[in-house]
Design a protein around this ligand. Structure first.
Ligand code: PLP
Length: 444
Protein backbone atom coordinates (compact mmCIF):
# COMPACT_ATOMS: atom_id res chain seq x y z
CA UNK A 1 0.00 0.00 0.00
CA UNK A 2 1.29 3.48 -0.71
CA UNK A 3 2.43 5.82 2.05
CA UNK A 4 -0.06 8.62 2.45
CA UNK A 5 2.75 11.12 2.83
CA UNK A 6 5.50 10.67 0.25
CA UNK A 7 7.91 12.61 2.49
CA UNK A 8 7.69 9.81 5.08
CA UNK A 9 9.91 6.98 3.89
CA UNK A 10 9.33 3.48 5.12
CA UNK A 11 12.86 3.45 6.56
CA UNK A 12 12.06 6.36 8.87
CA UNK A 13 9.21 4.43 10.43
CA UNK A 14 11.13 1.38 11.58
CA UNK A 15 12.65 2.72 14.79
CA UNK A 16 9.50 3.66 16.63
CA UNK A 17 8.03 0.60 18.38
CA UNK A 18 4.45 1.77 18.40
CA UNK A 19 2.14 1.26 21.39
CA UNK A 20 -0.99 -0.88 21.03
CA UNK A 21 -0.46 -0.99 17.25
CA UNK A 22 -0.12 -3.65 14.58
CA UNK A 23 3.36 -2.26 13.81
CA UNK A 24 3.99 -4.15 10.57
CA UNK A 25 0.60 -3.37 9.12
CA UNK A 26 0.69 0.27 10.19
CA UNK A 27 4.17 0.88 8.82
CA UNK A 28 3.08 -0.50 5.45
CA UNK A 29 0.27 2.05 5.31
CA UNK A 30 0.72 4.70 8.00
CA UNK A 31 -2.06 7.00 9.12
CA UNK A 32 -0.30 10.14 10.27
CA UNK A 33 -1.57 13.34 11.86
CA UNK A 34 0.47 16.52 11.91
CA UNK A 35 -1.81 19.33 13.04
CA UNK A 36 -4.90 19.78 15.18
CA UNK A 37 -7.31 22.56 16.00
CA UNK A 38 -10.72 22.51 17.64
CA UNK A 39 -12.65 19.48 16.37
CA UNK A 40 -10.16 18.57 13.65
CA UNK A 41 -6.87 16.91 12.83
CA UNK A 42 -4.99 17.30 9.57
CA UNK A 43 -2.89 14.71 7.77
CA UNK A 44 0.53 15.58 6.29
CA UNK A 45 -1.02 16.31 2.89
CA UNK A 46 -3.56 18.67 4.41
CA UNK A 47 -6.57 16.36 4.54
CA UNK A 48 -9.00 17.31 7.33
CA UNK A 49 -10.08 14.59 9.78
CA UNK A 50 -12.98 15.20 12.17
CA UNK A 51 -11.99 13.94 15.60
CA UNK A 52 -14.70 11.58 16.85
CA UNK A 53 -12.58 10.33 19.72
CA UNK A 54 -11.03 13.43 21.37
CA UNK A 55 -7.67 11.89 20.54
CA UNK A 56 -7.81 8.93 22.91
CA UNK A 57 -10.76 10.07 25.05
CA UNK A 58 -8.65 12.94 26.33
CA UNK A 59 -8.91 16.25 24.45
CA UNK A 60 -12.25 17.25 25.95
CA UNK A 61 -11.93 20.99 25.27
CA UNK A 62 -10.90 20.49 21.65
CA UNK A 63 -7.44 20.70 20.15
CA UNK A 64 -4.68 23.27 20.57
CA UNK A 65 -6.84 25.63 22.58
CA UNK A 66 -5.15 29.01 22.84
CA UNK A 67 -5.32 29.56 26.63
CA UNK A 68 -3.77 26.13 27.24
CA UNK A 69 -1.10 26.54 24.58
CA UNK A 70 -0.13 29.94 25.93
CA UNK A 71 -0.04 28.76 29.55
CA UNK A 72 2.32 25.92 28.64
CA UNK A 73 4.50 28.23 26.54
CA UNK A 74 4.69 30.76 29.37
CA UNK A 75 5.56 28.12 31.94
CA UNK A 76 8.25 26.55 29.74
CA UNK A 77 9.93 29.92 29.52
CA UNK A 78 9.56 30.64 33.26
CA UNK A 79 10.54 27.39 34.98
CA UNK A 80 10.90 24.19 33.00
CA UNK A 81 11.12 21.74 35.86
CA UNK A 82 11.33 21.67 39.64
CA UNK A 83 11.76 18.70 41.98
CA UNK A 84 8.88 17.79 44.24
CA UNK A 85 10.42 15.32 46.66
CA UNK A 86 10.66 17.34 49.87
CA UNK A 87 10.53 20.46 47.70
CA UNK A 88 7.65 22.32 46.07
CA UNK A 89 6.50 24.78 43.46
CA UNK A 90 3.33 26.84 43.74
CA UNK A 91 1.65 25.54 40.57
CA UNK A 92 1.50 22.02 42.03
CA UNK A 93 -0.55 23.24 44.99
CA UNK A 94 -2.75 25.41 42.79
CA UNK A 95 -3.34 22.49 40.44
CA UNK A 96 -4.32 20.18 43.31
CA UNK A 97 -6.69 22.86 44.62
CA UNK A 98 -8.29 23.20 41.17
CA UNK A 99 -8.88 19.44 41.00
CA UNK A 100 -10.20 19.27 44.58
CA UNK A 101 -12.67 22.02 43.68
CA UNK A 102 -14.43 19.83 41.10
CA UNK A 103 -13.95 16.50 42.92
CA UNK A 104 -16.77 14.84 44.89
CA UNK A 105 -17.30 16.30 48.37
CA UNK A 106 -14.85 14.94 50.93
CA UNK A 107 -12.31 13.97 48.24
CA UNK A 108 -9.86 16.82 48.47
CA UNK A 109 -6.41 15.22 48.51
CA UNK A 110 -4.74 14.97 45.11
CA UNK A 111 -1.65 12.92 44.24
CA UNK A 112 -0.21 13.65 40.79
CA UNK A 113 1.04 11.01 38.36
CA UNK A 114 1.81 11.16 34.65
CA UNK A 115 -0.77 8.78 33.23
CA UNK A 116 -3.84 6.71 33.90
CA UNK A 117 -1.69 3.61 34.29
CA UNK A 118 0.39 5.23 37.00
CA UNK A 119 -2.77 6.44 38.67
CA UNK A 120 -4.14 2.88 38.85
CA UNK A 121 -0.96 1.49 40.38
CA UNK A 122 -0.72 4.45 42.77
CA UNK A 123 -4.31 3.89 43.94
CA UNK A 124 -3.62 0.19 44.55
CA UNK A 125 -0.62 1.08 46.71
CA UNK A 126 -2.67 3.71 48.55
CA UNK A 127 -5.35 1.13 49.34
CA UNK A 128 -2.77 -1.25 50.81
CA UNK A 129 -1.04 1.57 52.70
CA UNK A 130 -4.39 2.69 54.11
CA UNK A 131 -5.27 -0.70 55.59
CA UNK A 132 -1.74 -1.12 56.96
CA UNK A 133 -2.02 2.29 58.61
CA UNK A 134 -5.36 1.23 60.13
CA UNK A 135 -3.75 -1.88 61.59
CA UNK A 136 -5.21 -4.35 59.07
CA UNK A 137 -2.18 -5.21 56.88
CA UNK A 138 -3.77 -8.51 55.82
CA UNK A 139 -6.10 -6.56 53.54
CA UNK A 140 -4.10 -6.86 50.32
CA UNK A 141 -6.39 -8.47 47.73
CA UNK A 142 -7.62 -6.20 44.95
CA UNK A 143 -10.76 -7.15 43.06
CA UNK A 144 -11.16 -5.94 39.49
CA UNK A 145 -13.68 -6.80 36.81
CA UNK A 146 -13.57 -8.74 33.58
CA UNK A 147 -13.19 -6.40 30.60
CA UNK A 148 -11.93 -3.65 32.92
CA UNK A 149 -9.01 -1.54 31.71
CA UNK A 150 -6.70 0.13 34.20
CA UNK A 151 -3.70 0.80 32.03
CA UNK A 152 -0.61 -1.23 31.40
CA UNK A 153 1.56 -1.15 34.51
CA UNK A 154 1.90 -4.25 36.64
CA UNK A 155 -0.97 -3.49 39.00
CA UNK A 156 -3.30 -2.16 36.33
CA UNK A 157 -2.58 -5.03 33.94
CA UNK A 158 -3.26 -7.60 36.65
CA UNK A 159 -6.44 -6.09 38.03
CA UNK A 160 -7.54 -5.31 34.46
CA UNK A 161 -9.81 -7.78 32.76
CA UNK A 162 -9.00 -7.72 29.05
CA UNK A 163 -7.75 -11.23 28.28
CA UNK A 164 -5.51 -10.20 25.37
CA UNK A 165 -3.69 -7.63 27.51
CA UNK A 166 -3.10 -10.14 30.29
CA UNK A 167 -2.30 -13.42 28.63
CA UNK A 168 1.42 -12.81 28.05
CA UNK A 169 1.86 -11.47 31.58
CA UNK A 170 0.05 -13.82 33.93
CA UNK A 171 -0.03 -13.28 37.68
CA UNK A 172 2.38 -10.34 37.78
CA UNK A 173 0.73 -9.19 40.97
CA UNK A 174 -0.58 -11.75 43.41
CA UNK A 175 -3.80 -11.45 45.38
CA UNK A 176 -6.12 -10.36 42.58
CA UNK A 177 -9.58 -11.59 41.62
CA UNK A 178 -12.27 -10.43 39.20
CA UNK A 179 -16.02 -10.13 39.08
CA UNK A 180 -17.77 -10.70 35.75
CA UNK A 181 -18.37 -7.92 33.27
CA UNK A 182 -21.80 -6.34 32.97
CA UNK A 183 -22.04 -6.87 29.22
CA UNK A 184 -25.31 -8.62 28.35
CA UNK A 185 -26.23 -8.24 24.71
CA UNK A 186 -29.07 -10.74 24.91
CA UNK A 187 -31.04 -8.59 27.34
CA UNK A 188 -29.66 -5.09 26.84
CA UNK A 189 -28.89 -4.57 23.13
CA UNK A 190 -29.75 -1.07 21.83
CA UNK A 191 -30.30 0.37 25.30
CA UNK A 192 -30.27 4.15 25.47
CA UNK A 193 -28.28 5.29 28.48
CA UNK A 194 -28.06 2.81 31.35
CA UNK A 195 -29.40 -0.66 30.52
CA UNK A 196 -32.29 -2.06 32.55
CA UNK A 197 -30.88 -5.52 33.22
CA UNK A 198 -27.88 -6.66 35.21
CA UNK A 199 -27.83 -4.99 38.65
CA UNK A 200 -27.57 -8.53 40.01
CA UNK A 201 -24.13 -8.98 38.40
CA UNK A 202 -22.88 -6.94 41.37
CA UNK A 203 -23.90 -9.74 43.73
CA UNK A 204 -20.91 -11.71 42.54
CA UNK A 205 -18.83 -9.37 44.63
CA UNK A 206 -20.49 -10.72 47.78
CA UNK A 207 -19.52 -14.22 46.69
CA UNK A 208 -15.86 -13.25 46.22
CA UNK A 209 -15.82 -11.35 49.50
CA UNK A 210 -17.11 -14.42 51.32
CA UNK A 211 -14.63 -16.61 49.46
CA UNK A 212 -11.53 -14.54 50.29
CA UNK A 213 -12.87 -13.13 53.58
CA UNK A 214 -13.22 -9.36 53.99
CA UNK A 215 -10.19 -9.28 56.30
CA UNK A 216 -8.02 -10.01 53.24
CA UNK A 217 -9.54 -7.57 50.76
CA UNK A 218 -8.14 -4.08 50.31
CA UNK A 219 -10.13 -2.63 47.44
CA UNK A 220 -12.42 -3.07 44.50
CA UNK A 221 -11.46 -1.19 41.34
CA UNK A 222 -13.93 -0.56 38.53
CA UNK A 223 -14.43 1.93 35.76
CA UNK A 224 -17.90 3.39 36.49
CA UNK A 225 -18.37 3.11 32.73
CA UNK A 226 -15.92 0.78 31.02
CA UNK A 227 -14.51 2.55 27.99
CA UNK A 228 -11.50 0.82 26.51
CA UNK A 229 -13.07 -2.65 26.40
CA UNK A 230 -15.80 -1.30 24.18
CA UNK A 231 -18.11 1.12 26.00
CA UNK A 232 -19.86 -1.04 28.58
CA UNK A 233 -22.48 0.96 30.43
CA UNK A 234 -23.32 -0.06 34.01
CA UNK A 235 -26.87 -1.41 34.37
CA UNK A 236 -29.24 0.60 36.55
CA UNK A 237 -28.57 -0.03 40.24
CA UNK A 238 -25.38 -2.02 39.62
CA UNK A 239 -22.85 0.50 40.94
CA UNK A 240 -24.97 1.19 44.04
CA UNK A 241 -24.81 -2.49 44.92
CA UNK A 242 -21.03 -2.59 44.39
CA UNK A 243 -20.62 0.48 46.61
CA UNK A 244 -22.90 -0.95 49.30
CA UNK A 245 -20.95 -4.23 49.42
CA UNK A 246 -17.67 -2.34 49.73
CA UNK A 247 -19.04 -0.19 52.54
CA UNK A 248 -20.49 -3.16 54.38
CA UNK A 249 -17.16 -4.99 54.45
CA UNK A 250 -14.74 -2.09 54.96
CA UNK A 251 -13.36 -2.47 51.44
CA UNK A 252 -12.16 0.63 49.62
CA UNK A 253 -13.91 1.46 46.36
CA UNK A 254 -11.67 2.78 43.60
CA UNK A 255 -13.34 4.41 40.61
CA UNK A 256 -11.10 4.53 37.57
CA UNK A 257 -12.28 7.75 35.95
CA UNK A 258 -9.48 8.11 33.44
CA UNK A 259 -12.10 8.33 30.69
CA UNK A 260 -15.16 9.52 32.60
CA UNK A 261 -13.36 12.29 34.50
CA UNK A 262 -13.77 15.95 33.52
CA UNK A 263 -17.07 16.17 31.77
CA UNK A 264 -17.36 13.09 29.58
CA UNK A 265 -20.75 12.24 31.13
CA UNK A 266 -21.79 15.89 31.44
CA UNK A 267 -20.72 16.02 35.09
CA UNK A 268 -17.24 16.63 36.53
CA UNK A 269 -16.89 12.94 37.35
CA UNK A 270 -18.94 9.77 36.94
CA UNK A 271 -19.06 9.77 40.74
CA UNK A 272 -21.35 12.80 40.46
CA UNK A 273 -23.34 11.26 37.63
CA UNK A 274 -24.07 8.09 39.62
CA UNK A 275 -24.17 9.90 42.97
CA UNK A 276 -21.62 7.52 44.49
CA UNK A 277 -18.53 8.73 46.30
CA UNK A 278 -15.66 6.26 46.02
CA UNK A 279 -12.70 6.25 48.41
CA UNK A 280 -10.11 6.73 45.69
CA UNK A 281 -10.63 8.08 42.19
CA UNK A 282 -8.07 7.79 39.42
CA UNK A 283 -7.96 10.21 36.52
CA UNK A 284 -5.68 11.50 33.75
CA UNK A 285 -6.31 12.48 30.12
CA UNK A 286 -8.77 15.41 30.18
CA UNK A 287 -7.36 16.63 33.50
CA UNK A 288 -5.28 19.04 31.41
CA UNK A 289 -6.80 18.36 28.00
CA UNK A 290 -3.90 15.96 27.31
CA UNK A 291 -1.63 18.88 26.48
CA UNK A 292 1.16 17.47 28.70
CA UNK A 293 1.14 13.94 30.19
CA UNK A 294 -0.55 14.00 33.58
CA UNK A 295 -2.70 11.87 35.85
CA UNK A 296 -3.90 11.98 39.42
CA UNK A 297 -5.36 9.97 42.25
CA UNK A 298 -7.97 11.86 44.22
CA UNK A 299 -8.32 10.46 47.74
CA UNK A 300 -10.95 10.84 50.38
CA UNK A 301 -9.60 13.11 53.09
CA UNK A 302 -9.93 10.23 55.51
CA UNK A 303 -7.64 8.03 53.43
CA UNK A 304 -4.98 10.74 53.32
CA UNK A 305 -5.36 11.48 57.03
CA UNK A 306 -5.13 7.83 58.01
CA UNK A 307 -1.95 7.18 56.03
CA UNK A 308 -0.36 10.47 56.97
CA UNK A 309 -1.16 10.35 60.68
CA UNK A 310 0.11 6.79 61.05
CA UNK A 311 3.68 7.81 60.21
CA UNK A 312 6.06 9.18 62.82
CA UNK A 313 6.50 12.95 62.89
CA UNK A 314 9.02 14.02 60.25
CA UNK A 315 8.86 10.74 58.32
CA UNK A 316 7.77 10.45 54.70
CA UNK A 317 4.27 9.01 55.07
CA UNK A 318 3.73 7.44 51.64
CA UNK A 319 6.92 6.27 49.95
CA UNK A 320 5.76 6.73 46.39
CA UNK A 321 6.08 9.40 43.69
CA UNK A 322 7.36 10.17 40.22
CA UNK A 323 10.13 12.48 39.04
CA UNK A 324 7.47 14.19 36.96
CA UNK A 325 4.63 14.24 39.53
CA UNK A 326 3.06 17.69 39.16
CA UNK A 327 5.44 18.70 36.38
CA UNK A 328 5.22 22.49 36.01
CA UNK A 329 4.16 22.33 32.35
CA UNK A 330 1.45 19.78 33.14
CA UNK A 331 0.22 21.94 36.03
CA UNK A 332 0.12 25.04 33.84
CA UNK A 333 -1.92 23.12 31.28
CA UNK A 334 -4.19 21.82 34.04
CA UNK A 335 -4.96 25.28 35.43
CA UNK A 336 -5.70 26.70 31.99
CA UNK A 337 -7.84 23.66 31.11
CA UNK A 338 -9.91 23.76 34.28
CA UNK A 339 -10.51 27.48 33.73
CA UNK A 340 -11.60 26.79 30.16
CA UNK A 341 -14.04 24.14 31.35
CA UNK A 342 -15.61 26.77 33.64
CA UNK A 343 -15.49 29.67 31.18
CA UNK A 344 -17.14 27.67 28.41
CA UNK A 345 -19.38 25.64 30.75
CA UNK A 346 -18.22 22.59 28.84
CA UNK A 347 -19.66 19.96 31.17
CA UNK A 348 -23.13 21.54 30.92
CA UNK A 349 -22.68 21.90 27.21
CA UNK A 350 -21.92 18.20 26.96
CA UNK A 351 -25.01 17.38 28.97
CA UNK A 352 -27.17 19.53 26.69
CA UNK A 353 -25.78 17.73 23.64
CA UNK A 354 -26.55 14.21 24.94
CA UNK A 355 -30.09 13.86 23.45
CA UNK A 356 -28.86 14.84 19.97
CA UNK A 357 -25.82 12.61 20.26
CA UNK A 358 -27.95 9.70 21.46
CA UNK A 359 -30.56 10.08 18.72
CA UNK A 360 -27.97 10.35 15.94
CA UNK A 361 -26.06 7.34 17.23
CA UNK A 362 -29.14 5.15 17.53
CA UNK A 363 -30.17 6.09 13.98
CA UNK A 364 -27.48 3.55 13.01
CA UNK A 365 -29.71 0.74 14.24
CA UNK A 366 -30.32 -1.40 11.15
CA UNK A 367 -27.07 -0.28 9.47
CA UNK A 368 -25.04 -3.14 8.05
CA UNK A 369 -23.30 -5.40 10.61
CA UNK A 370 -24.57 -3.43 13.65
CA UNK A 371 -25.65 -5.72 16.52
CA UNK A 372 -25.73 -3.17 19.34
CA UNK A 373 -25.55 0.56 19.99
CA UNK A 374 -24.99 1.97 23.47
CA UNK A 375 -24.36 5.42 24.87
CA UNK A 376 -23.87 7.44 28.01
CA UNK A 377 -22.95 11.12 28.20
CA UNK A 378 -20.84 11.93 25.16
CA UNK A 379 -19.68 8.35 24.71
CA UNK A 380 -21.02 5.95 22.13
CA UNK A 381 -20.34 2.33 21.30
CA UNK A 382 -21.38 0.57 18.11
CA UNK A 383 -20.88 -3.18 18.20
CA UNK A 384 -20.45 -4.98 14.89
CA UNK A 385 -21.06 -8.63 14.19
CA UNK A 386 -17.58 -10.19 14.13
CA UNK A 387 -16.48 -11.72 10.82
CA UNK A 388 -16.35 -15.51 11.10
CA UNK A 389 -12.82 -16.60 11.96
CA UNK A 390 -11.49 -13.03 12.05
CA UNK A 391 -12.65 -11.33 15.23
CA UNK A 392 -11.68 -7.65 15.24
CA UNK A 393 -10.98 -7.34 11.50
CA UNK A 394 -14.30 -5.74 10.66
CA UNK A 395 -13.85 -3.17 13.43
CA UNK A 396 -10.35 -2.25 12.28
CA UNK A 397 -11.45 -2.00 8.65
CA UNK A 398 -14.35 0.25 9.64
CA UNK A 399 -11.90 2.47 11.55
CA UNK A 400 -9.63 2.70 8.47
CA UNK A 401 -12.52 3.40 6.09
CA UNK A 402 -13.81 6.18 8.36
CA UNK A 403 -10.33 7.68 8.60
CA UNK A 404 -10.00 7.65 4.82
CA UNK A 405 -13.40 9.36 4.65
CA UNK A 406 -12.23 12.05 7.09
CA UNK A 407 -13.54 10.92 10.48
CA UNK A 408 -11.54 9.45 13.35
CA UNK A 409 -13.37 6.71 15.24
CA UNK A 410 -11.78 4.18 17.57
CA UNK A 411 -12.10 0.43 17.19
CA UNK A 412 -11.65 -2.06 20.00
CA UNK A 413 -12.14 -5.46 18.50
CA UNK A 414 -15.39 -5.16 16.57
CA UNK A 415 -16.71 -2.29 18.66
CA UNK A 416 -16.49 1.26 17.35
CA UNK A 417 -16.15 3.81 20.13
CA UNK A 418 -17.01 7.49 19.92
CA UNK A 419 -15.96 10.12 22.45
CA UNK A 420 -15.65 13.43 20.61
CA UNK A 421 -14.45 16.67 22.21
CA UNK A 422 -17.17 18.32 24.28
CA UNK A 423 -17.19 21.35 21.97
CA UNK A 424 -18.88 19.19 19.32
CA UNK A 425 -21.67 20.76 17.23
CA UNK A 426 -24.72 19.03 15.77
CA UNK A 427 -23.28 19.15 12.25
CA UNK A 428 -20.18 17.28 13.47
CA UNK A 429 -22.35 14.58 15.04
CA UNK A 430 -24.23 14.14 11.77
CA UNK A 431 -21.01 13.91 9.80
CA UNK A 432 -19.57 11.28 12.13
CA UNK A 433 -22.70 9.14 12.02
CA UNK A 434 -23.17 9.38 8.24
CA UNK A 435 -19.50 8.54 7.65
CA UNK A 436 -19.88 5.42 9.80
CA UNK A 437 -23.09 4.45 8.01
CA UNK A 438 -21.41 4.71 4.60
CA UNK A 439 -18.28 2.90 5.79
CA UNK A 440 -20.33 0.00 7.15
CA UNK A 441 -22.45 -0.23 4.01
CA UNK A 442 -19.33 -0.84 1.93
CA UNK A 443 -17.72 -3.25 4.37
CA UNK A 444 -17.80 -7.03 4.03
C1 PLP B 1 -10.11 3.57 32.47
C2 PLP B 1 -8.67 3.71 32.10
N1 PLP B 1 -7.74 3.54 33.03
C3 PLP B 1 -6.44 3.68 32.76
C4 PLP B 1 -6.00 4.01 31.49
C5 PLP B 1 -4.56 4.13 31.22
O1 PLP B 1 -4.20 5.44 30.98
P1 PLP B 1 -2.81 5.77 30.30
O2 PLP B 1 -2.88 5.27 28.89
O3 PLP B 1 -2.74 7.28 30.41
O4 PLP B 1 -1.75 5.10 31.09
C6 PLP B 1 -6.95 4.23 30.49
C7 PLP B 1 -6.55 4.58 29.13
O5 PLP B 1 -7.32 4.64 28.21
C8 PLP B 1 -8.32 4.05 30.79
O6 PLP B 1 -9.26 4.21 29.87
Amino acid sequence: MKLENPSVHAATLEHFWMPFTANRQFKAAPRLLVRAEGMFYWTPEGREVLDGTAGLWCVNAGHSRKPIVEAVQRQAATMDYAPLFNMGHPLAFEAATAVARVAPAGMERVFFTNSGSESADTAIKMAMAYHRARGEPSRRIIIGRERGYHGVNIGGTTVGGIPGNRKAFPAMMTGVDHIRSTHDLARNAFSKGQPEHGAEFADELERLVAFHDPSNIAAVIVEPMAGSAGVLIPPKGYLDRIAATCRKHGILLIFDEVITGFGRLGTPFAAHYFNITPDLLTCAKAINNAAVPMGAVIAKNEVYDTITNAAPEGAIEFLHGYTYSAHPLACAALLATQQLYVDEQLFNRAQAMVPKFEAALHSLKGARHVIDIRNLGIVGGIELEPRAGAVGRRGLEAHIRCFEAGVLVRSTGDILALSPPLIIEEAHIERIVETIRTALAGLE
